[in-house]
Design a protein around this ligand. Structure first.
Ligand code: HEM
Length: 387
């Protein structure tokens, strides 16, 4: 269940808290109810974020050597930092992603999306199939991020490959050969980040000026490059796919009776790109009626929490604006709540608003397929053709 949890969000048999062993025999406490997931996320004293980036498949010595050869380290920085340095690092990142700076990117992104859709529309008119993941969703978030945060001068394809390799290395069930290959890929790019962290301006410069050591600067850039663009690419793909099967919502968007912002929130609730997120119990605790010994890995099932009937009126239906639609936990909650939420929302609103008319007349040729992963959906393609 752990590695394809998105396929079980509607399975009624799940208890509020379930003990589930993973592929290597480690037991996790899977939390399924909205109120309990929130309780864990907002209590950083009892439930710490230290395990957020731990590899779910322990990395064997050979792959660790590869990483060490690239001086790879992931110190507590953002998502995995329950320490005293977190608020300051977070504040510097939040400044770079300030809503005013995000809003200023909207016209540019709208222009780029329109340009892309002109080419996509022409291909569809000619009867060709079009992969909306590859042609639209894959690189837009990275292009926007690069306008907000100074990043190393690397080709888009190289960043995407590195980010997907990192999501696989840390969150997928893997064998040793694959781990070694992924470690080489992740390590190589980590080296690029390390060089940039020493001299780069913008966010890297601000972190250095605030006295943070190079490892922290690299850690922040690493997390931003993974969480700050791959997640949104995945979300755009999943949401466009979902909308292609929701003709009433598309008609509402066309007629102006459905708001784009409400579609985005309902999309985050029903199709979150991050399906689970982890915490670790710092002390003995009780969650609902379940005893939680200190040291327990807690898997918060964010996708399931979004469909909790206690939180939302029609949990499995895509009804923009319905009661409870915005109460989803797709961005987490509490001290570590996603700091890029406004950026992700802006990007999704532009893409949905501009692409919805085109989705009206298409048929799905290939649905997104998602590989096994504890946390990320990672859809590989979404191909449509004109009806
Ligand atoms: C749809 C897209 C996205 C989703 C669903 C998402 C979801 C999440 C989740 C679940 C967390 C963990 C929250 C917690 O522990 O309570 C998180 C943290 C974070 N996200 Fe996002 N995210 C998205 C996009 C972005 C973007 C675009 C950026 C930045 C460019 C970003 C940057 C971060 C950072 C820096 C953290 C760590 C915050 C901290 O620990 O203080 N995310 N995100």
């Amino acid at each position: 269940m752990l590695f394809r949890s998105w396929a079980q969000t509607t399975d009624a048999r799940w208890p509020d808290v379930a003990r589930v062993a993973d592929h290597v025999g480690v037991e996790h406490l899977v939390v399924t109810r909205h109120a309990l997931v929130r309780e864990v996320l907002t209590d950083p004293v009892t439930y710490r974020p230290d395990n957020a980036l731990d590899a779910v498949t322990p990395i064997p010595v050979a792959a660790l050597r590869v990483l060490a050869g690239h001086r790879f380290r992931l110190p507590p920085t953002l998502a995995n930092n329950g320490g005293a340095s977190h608020p300051q690092i977070r504040a510097i990142v939040a400044e770079a992603l300030h809503p005013t700076r995000v809003a200023a990117q909207r016209p540019w992104l709208t222009g780029l999306v329109r340009e892309r859709l002109t080419a996509i529309g022409a291909a569809l008119d000619a009867g060709a199939p079009v992969d909306l993941y590859a042609e639209l969703a894959a690189d837009l978030p990275l292009l926007v991020l690069a306008r907000l945060v100074e990043l190393p001068d690397a080709p888009v394809g190289a960043v995407k490959e590195f980010a997907r390799a990192a999501l696989e290395l840390f969150w997928a069930p893997l064998d040793a050969d694959r781990q070694a290959a992924l470690a080489a890929e992740v390590g190589r790019f980590h080296r690029v980040l390390r060089e940039f962290a020493e001299t780069g301006g913008g966010l890297a410069g601000s972190l250095r000026a605030a006295g943070h050591p190079p490892d922290v600067v690299v850690g922040a850039l690493f997390f931003l490059l993974v969480a700050g663009q791959e997640t949104t690419s995945q979300f755009l793909t999943l949401l466009l796919h979902r909308l292609a099967g929701e003709p009433a919502v598309l008609a509402g968007l066309r007629g102006g009776t459905v708001a784009v912002a409400d579609v985005v929130e309902e999309g985050l609730r029903l199709e979150p790109p991050i399906v689970t997120w982890r915490r670790v119990a710092a002390v003995d605790a009780t969650l609902g009626a379940t005893a939680v010994p200190a040291g327990t890995s807690i898997v918060l099932w964010l996708a399931r929490a979004g469909r909790d009937p206690a939180a939302v009126e029609a949990p499995d239906e895509f009804r923009p604006g319905q009661r409870g639609s915005r109460r989803h936990l797709a961005f987490g909650a509490g001290a570590h709540r996603c700091v890029g939420d406004q950026l992700a929302r802006m990007e999704a609103a532009v893409v949905v608003g501009e692409t919805a008319p085109l989705l009206d007349g298409v048929t799905v040729v290939r649905e997104p397929w998602c590989p096994d992963n504890l946390t990320f959906r990672m859809p590989d393609a979404f191909v449509v053709q004109r009806r």
